[in-house]
Ligand binder design. Structure first.
Ligand code: NAD
Length: 421
């Protein structure tokens, strides 16, 4: 019997929350305490200090992390986040979510994640390049195409991946495109990578709508966040005939029950996903989440749906494009209300799936068409959704717990075969 966590569900930080769902999932599968002890924290966490010469001549020392959750199945894989609020706890939790995503999608990886405490919006191009290269030098011993493969995450992009790939190739003294994914196309990036997360969210939204008896065409959708995930998603669902009645960014939200002009908003958003500043009739993010809609998609931040607003959510389906947008207590409330939740580890797995395709193409030196990428992504995500949905129905549990059960199984079995537990 695996020991229970004491702290109250609503107050748990992202790491504690992840550990709690892992504990419940392993208990359902009748694994012993040793299985939980193995996966409740990453196997490795490297903390690095990176000195960077700033444009004014001074030196600033940045703190960075790389967490590798579990490499029983294969090398670890996961993005690098540039954000002032990056913490050890967050990077650990994110690496664990990556393991579960890879398990659900049946990719030959474990989860990894990296982060640097910095605000890239206040840094010049040159400073960002020196920081990116410094981070790779600091973690180079524990990463590589067969060890741990990074990718973009919040506030990192294909240019940063290109600098990192170049630095790693210099250190190793051979061209290493398979060291990192999310690269520009000319450096071995995959077609379809940039919009892959939103494409994946669109696929699972279609599947969820099917089982919930909702027609995407004519359905009302609210999306919180208008960055990489949120804006591509708005476009894809709009093109499928959905009415996007609400969107938001860090500065506010727009809501129109008749549907927003998505093409206008896309043309006028900036590279950080800001668009509401152009309007005076905005509402708050808080108000947006409880407005009437069929499908609600948090695609911005953690902890947006809590005990405070969960009872007032009107959507029939909640699709977690963002990582960790819903607390555990809120998950319970939504499940009781009969709202179908497609959890983050399933909903936003499209990014890591196409990253895997990029790595496979780099290893083969043979590149696929957009159609091949798209068809393979669709096949994997449809199967993943059905596996999680069936597990949830058969065991009468919510989709989050079901997703963790599906996502952990292969990793635990691989750890057993290796003789770790
Ligand atoms: P992004 O930086 O491109 O966009 C973030 C959006 O959220 C922006 O529109 C920003 O204005 C908005 N935002 C910031 N603070 C907000 C606030 N307080 N209230 C409302 N909106 C706010 O980020 P992204 O890549 O689109 O990622 C969004 C979420 O999706 C994150 O949780 C991320 O971990 C997750 N995700 C992204 C990917 C990907 O490939 N982009 C993959 C998996 C998961």
């Amino acid at each position: 019997m695996i020991k229970e966590k004491e702290s109250s569900k609503e107050q748990m930080n992202v790491l504690e929350r992840t550990q709690e769902v892992i504990r419940l999932a392993l208990e359902r599968m009748h694994y012993k305490q040793e299985a939980y002890d193995l996966v409740k924290e990453p196997l490795r966490l490297l903390t690095v200090r990176i000195p960077v010469r700033m444009d004014d001549g001074s030196v600033k020392v940045f703190t960075g992390y790389r967490a590798q959750h579990n490499d029983a199945v294969g090398p670890t894989k996961g993005g690098i986040r540039f954000h002032q609020d990056v913490t050890e706890e967050e990077v650990k939790a994110l690496s664990m979510w990556m393991s579960i995503k890879c398990g659900i999608a049946d990719l030959p990886y474990g989860g990894g994640k990296g982060g640097i405490q910095c605000d890239p919006r206040t840094m010049s191009f040159g400073e960002l390049e020196r920081l990116s290269r410094g981070y790779v030098r600091a973690i180079s011993q524990i990463v590589g195409p067969t060890k741990d493969i990074p990718a973009p995450d919040v506030f990192t992009n294909s240019q940063i991946m290109a600098w990192m790939m170049d630095e790693y190739s210099r250190i190793r003294e051979f061209d290493s495109p398979g060291f990192i994914t999310g690269k520009p196309l000319v450096l071995g990036g995959s077609v379809g990578r940039e919009s892959s997360t939103a494409k994946g969210v669109t696929i699972v939204t279609r599947e969820a709508a099917k089982v919930a008896g909702i027609n995407i065409e004519g359905s009302k959708v609210i999306i919180q966040g208008f960055g990489n995930a949120g804006s591509f998603l708005a476009k894809f669902l709009y093109d499928e005939g959905a009415k996007i009645v609400g969107i938001s960014d860090a500065y506010g939200a727009l809501y129109d029950p008749e549907g927003l002009d998505i093409n206008y908003l896309l043309d006028n958003r900036d590279s950080f996903g800001t668009v509401t500043k152009l309007f005076s009739n905005t509402i708050t993010n808080k108000e947006l989440l409880i407005k009437s809609c069929d499908i609600l998609v948090p695609a911005a931040l953690e902890n947006q749906i809590t005990v405070e607003n969960a009872p007032r959510i009107q959507a029939k389906i909640l699709i977690e494009a963002a990582n960790g947008p819903t607390t555990l207590k809120a998950t319970e409330i939504l499940a009781q209300k009969g709202i179908l939740i497609v959890p983050d580890v399933l909903a936003n797995a499209g990014g890591v799936i196409v990253s895997y395709f990029e790595w496979v193409q780099n290893n083969q030196g043979f590149y696929w068409t957009e159609e091949e990428v798209s068809n393979r992504l669709e096949r994997i995500l449809k199967t993943s959704f059905l596996n999680v949905y069936d597990t949830s129905r058969k065991n009468d549990i919510d989709m989050r717990l079901a997703a963790y059960i599906v996502g952990l199984k292969k990793m635990i079995e691989a750890s057993q075969f290796r003789g770790w537990i």
